[in-house]
Design a protein around this ligand. Structure first.
Ligand code: CA
Length: 233
């Protein structure tokens, strides 16, 4: 099988070099664009298998391209962003990015995320009818979320966890994935931190919807969100 083709859109030469080196050494084929304009041309010319997309680019925001790609189809997108752009992280996921890594990150960590993205993209999508209408509504700009129309009073981390689980719903997110998506890869937090926040998040969801238990614990693996799950299942 031909090696997967990755389009990297990143204007920082040092970061781009280290990503290209790591991905190519692992057998992936990488095309690099410094500008959104070049990336769009490249995607039209030869659609890649996945896109790694920086947020801050010289000719615009990577979030715009992310939105365009999501509207156009199912090309997997992994967003990169500078520290402190947490709102962009949530926004990126809301706009349809499949994953998100905050700078600084280790190239190995990025490689693992890209591999996981490619694996997921090669799996058949769940049938639309099995997804159903979500009882959750997220207001990203205001960092607010409602459950069955009732506002939830969540902390920033709880909000981040819920947004991350909703974005990947019906897929298991490992504690490591949740940790780096919500806390960042450079954080001192541990798996226990994720468990603690999941516990308080679960309690708040159950308070708002006592007949449901939306967060599913997968022993030794992580967590997922099932929007149809009734308590006791
Ligand atoms: Ca940049």
């Amino acid at each position: 099988m031909a090696s997967a083709r990755i389009l990297l859109v990143e204007d920082d030469p040092a970061i781009a070099r280290s990503i290209i080196y790591t991905l190519e050494r692992d057998g992936l084929s990488v095309t690099h664009s410094l500008l959104l304009r070049d990336a769009r041309a490249q995607i039209t010319r030869q659609p890649p298998d996945a896109v790694i997309l920086d947020v801050g680019l010289p000719d615009g925001s990577g979030l715009d391209l992310c939105r365009e790609l999501r509207a156009a189809g199912s090309l997997p997108v992994l967003m990169l962003s500078a520290q402190g752009e947490e709102i962009d992280r949530v926004l990126g996921l809301e706009l349809g990015a499949d994953d998100y890594v905050s700078k600084p990150f280790s190239p190995r960590e990025l490689l693992a995320r890209v591999r996981s993205l490619l694996r997921r993209a090669s799996m058949p999508a769940p049938a639309a009818s099995s997804i159903g209408k979500s009882p959750f509504e997220i207001d990203v700009a205001g960092q607010r979320v409602t459950l069955h129309g009732q506002p939830l009073n969540l902390t920033r981390r709880e909000f981040g966890l819920l947004a991350e689980l909703l974005r990947h719903r019906e897929r298991i997110r490992s504690r490591d994935e949740l940790l780096s998506a919500v806390w960042g890869t450079d954080s001192d937090s541990t798996d226990r931190t994720v468990d603690t926040h999941i516990k308080t998040l679960r309690a708040k969801l159950q308070e708002a919807a006592p007949e449901h238990d939306y967060i599913v614990t997968h022993r030794g693996m992580g967590y997922s969100l099932d929007i149809r799950r009734a308590k006791g299942n």
